[in-house]
Design a protein around this ligand. Structure first.
Ligand SMILES: *Cc1c(COP(=O)(O)O)cnc(C)c1O
Length: 357
């Protein structure tokens, strides 16, 4: 299986398993796990912030951040396709009691002027707006990169209006490698940053929230409240620490493979793709109206290529640690073959008609 469904499908490498096996551990809820402590200190230093707190998932990290920054009844501002709004099970309403106000961006990116236009003067009728969340790279935006200057302009609007700024940085490391910006430079405008170890970096479990000492201390309370206090968590933190220290630079390979895949897809009859949209490791492409994405994904899976349908005629392929250049070339061959067969079914043995629900 050439698995391009997500960069979450990665398996720990032998070296990472070695680090996991040898990790010193302790009770992290008591602050005693040396591996968790080293991971948190390493990530905080990388991002130029005072502290970090390790959590089991990116969703928990984002939702703890929302809870840290808001009170029930507050309003938060997000891009309309934000993961926090779209893919986290309604958690902003359920766990923090906040309302989401959405800005329509372009591939997930909006500007300071877009934000300014949403702000209202103080008035008892309005909800209190307290937080703005950005996503870099932007998942449903196609892995798009949020330009640093735009972020700095948004941060200035936030400062002027007493708003906090959070980054959903599940693919922050990809944005750093793609732009050449240091994690500290790119994280500087934010009050809190969520980073992930189990996507492109290839660790089995975990994310971290990175911020000031004061905000991280508050986050630890909500992590506990949400059920994310873990005991000998060094066992999993060791994989994350190994990944941060050894797998960040290799994300450039994923980006090169994504370009190779995108260029190949462009030459396949029946597939459409906008090359300019492919900025990092996510490759979104489209099938003709006559070929539903779910059907095409199913047919590809039968031939050993995993991709995800994300809309009626849109599929997503994500390059990752498990896939090399030769795999990309093989995947392209398979996609071309399956598309060819799908578009010109043999007249002798037509596809049986099957009802699907
Ligand atoms: C995957 C992802 C998350 C959440 O990660 P989980 O660990 O799966 O909960 C958050 N934000 C973005 C943009 C993501 O792609």
């Amino acid at each position: 299986m050439i698995d391009l469904r997500s960069d979450t499908v990665t398996q720990p490498t032998p070296e990472m398993r070695q680090a996991i096996a040898q990790a010193p551990v302790g009770d992290d809820v008591l602050g005693d796990d040396p591996t968790v402590n080293e991971l948190e200190a390493t990530v905080a230093a990388l991002l130029g912030k005072e502290a970090a707190v390790y959590m089991p998932s990116g969703t928990m990290t984002n939702q703890v951040a929302l809870r840290v920054h808001t009170e029930p009844g507050d309003e938060i501002i997000l891009e309309s396709q934000a993961h926090i709004y779209f893919y986290e099970g309604g958690a902003p309403a359920a766990l923090s009691g906040v309302m989401c106000r959405l800005i329509q961006g372009t591939r997930g990116i909006f500007t300071a002027a877009d934000l300014q236009a949403e702000l209202r003067p103080f008035n008892d009728h309005y909800p209190r707006t307290t937080l703005v969340c950005l996503e870099n790279t932007h998942n449903r935006g196609g892995g798009s990169i949020f330009p640093l200057q735009t972020i700095q302009e948004i941060a200035a609007v936030c400062r002027d209006n007493d708003l906090r700024l959070h980054l959903d940085g599940a693919r922050f490391w990809n944005a750093c490698v793609a732009t050449g910006l240091s994690p500290a430079e790119y994280a500087a405008p934010f009050d809190t940053v969520s980073v992930c170890f189990s996507k492109g970096l290839g660790a089995p479990v975990g994310s971290a929230l990175v911020a000031s000492q004061e905000l991280v201390q508050r986050a630890r309370r909500f992590r506990k409240m949400f059920g994310g206090g873990m005991r000998q968590a060094g066992i999993i933190a060791a994989g994350a620490l190994y990944a941060v220290n050894h797998h960040r630079d290799r994300l450039a390979d994923d980006h090169a493979n994504a370009q190779r895949l995108a260029h190949g897809l462009q030459h396949i009859d029946g597939i459409s793709i906008n090359l300019a949209d492919v900025q990092t490791n996510l490759v979104y492409f489209h099938t003709p109206n006559t070929v539903p994405a779910t059907t095409f994904a199913q047919q590809l899976a039968e031939q050993g290529v995993g991709v995800l349908p994300t809309a009626a005629n849109t599929l997503r392929a994500v390059t990752n640690l498990m896939v090399n250049q030769a795999d990309i070339d093989l995947a392209l061959e398979t996609i071309e073959q399956v598309m060819g067969q799908t578009r010109s079914p043999s007249p002798i043995s037509p596809e049986p008609t099957v009802s699907r629900y």
